[in-house]
Design a protein. Structure first.
Length: 385
């Protein structure tokens, strides 16, 4: 068992060595738009936000037990039990132990963060990030071999609490090795336990394409560059997309070409799944109040200015330190929140109506956290909206 800080508790992590430093890498081939088969649709910001909220089940909670459906895009769990709170925002009657449901697995996923994913989708969130470049692929396999050797030593000496360093493997290498799908973890908020399992039998290429579909379904429409950011971090280079990751993202979009449609948003062309085009164009306002945890699927979008147009509000929601959660009211993010046990402090970016405050208090009272008392404290942010 090894002890590590959570991966930034949902916040940014300093960049490691870029895969672009490998001299054998070729420059990425840009993803070029194929000849259009239909007119490019022009969509609004309101369309996009409503589409994403509906696609990720923020418009209406699913019936009890439908946890796997709510986790189709993966649930970041870097901040203590963020995955459970993300499920609570989408499913009725979620328990504090929902993250341990046998239908789930915990692993290092996109951006190197701790993730809870459907067990039958492990290949999507691991092999789906396996690099196509043979040099980078060899690095992943080498890290996996080091993890295997370390795990064998630990099994031989169960009487000794050996650190990962003593076993000859470091945290970064374990995260890289996890891309093979052969590692599972359990992070309890303080320590990370890891062990080996049989890797998925699926081939990487179908997993890559399915991961891109999940990305576009949850935070689309988007671009290969944004997909590279969302799915990347394989080498610990958080906050910066490596050359290899960008090349892979562009190749994945080319492979999905027949499934994609181009749309225009704010003067910029993006890509959506062709099957989602009509839903995207017709997406209407969502009238709900939700407390989204740090790293929530809805917030895991590289186009943060689309979610929060005001720069100062963006800085408050995504600071350089530990990220807070976000308050979603009728389709717009209107504040942040932080929790200490059962006390939730909400910082409002604008005055909230009485019925909205009551809805927030109801959300807090229903949070699946182990606390004898739950309360809300209100704070006015100095962010002008």
């Amino acid at each position: 068992m090894s002890s590590h800080a959570a991966l930034g508790a949902g916040g940014p992590i300093s960049a490691g060595k870029s895969s672009g430093e490998h001299g054998l890498l070729k420059a990425p081939i840009p993803f070029r738009r194929p000849a259009p088969t239909m007119a490019i649709a022009s969509i609004t910001r309101e369309n996009v936000l409503a589409f994403r909220q509906r696609a990720t089940f923020l418009h209406r909670r699913l019936p009890p037990g439908r946890l796997v459906e709510a986790a189709f895009a993966g649930l970041q769990d870097s901040a203590p039990r963020s995955a459970v709170l993300a499920l609570h925002a989408r499913v009725k009657d979620v328990s504090p132990s929902a993250w341990k449901d046998p239908r789930f697995a915990q692993l290092w996923g996109p951006r190197g963060a701790v993730y809870v994913v459907p067990r039958h989708d492990v290949a999507v969130f691991t092999l789906g990030r396996f690099p196509r470049d043979p040099v980078l692929g060899a690095s992943v396999r080498a890290a996996a071999e080091k993890a295997k050797r370390a795990f064998r030593i630990r099994k031989i000496r169960p009487d000794r609490a050996l650190s990962d360093r003593a076993l000859g493997v470091n945290f970064r290498e374990l995260r890289i090795a996890s891309i093979t799908g052969s590692l599972r973890i359990e992070w309890d908020g303080a320590t990370t336990s890891w062990w080996l399992v049989d890797p998925p039998t699926e081939a990487p290429e179908p997993a890559r394409l399915e991961l891109a579909r999940r990305f576009l379904r949850s935070v689309g429409p988007s671009t290969p560059e944004e997909f590279a950011w969302w799915s990347g971090g394989w080498a610990g280079s958080f906050g910066a997309t490596t050359r290899g990751e960008l090349s892979d993202a562009q190749q994945t979009f080319r492979s999905l070409e027949t499934e994609l449609t181009e749309v225009e948003l704010g003067g910029r062309n993006r890509w959506a799944l062709r099957a989602d085009r009509s839903t995207l164009e017709r997406a209407g306002p969502v009238e709900t109040v939700r407390l989204l945890p740090a790293g929530d699927p809805y917030l895991a979008s590289p186009d943060r200015a689309l979610l929060v147009p005001e720069p100062r509000a963006r800085s408050e929601l995504w600071p350089k330190s530990v990220w807070p959660g976000a308050l979603l009211v009728n389709g717009e993010l209107v504040g942040t929140w932080r929790r200490q046990v059962g006390r939730v402090t909400v910082r409002m970016w604008r005055p909230l109506e009485t019925d909205v405050k009551e809805a927030v208090e109801e959300e807090v009272s229903g949070m699946p956290i182990q606390s004898a008392r739950k309360e809300v404290r209100w704070s006015n942010s100095d962010v002008p909206l």
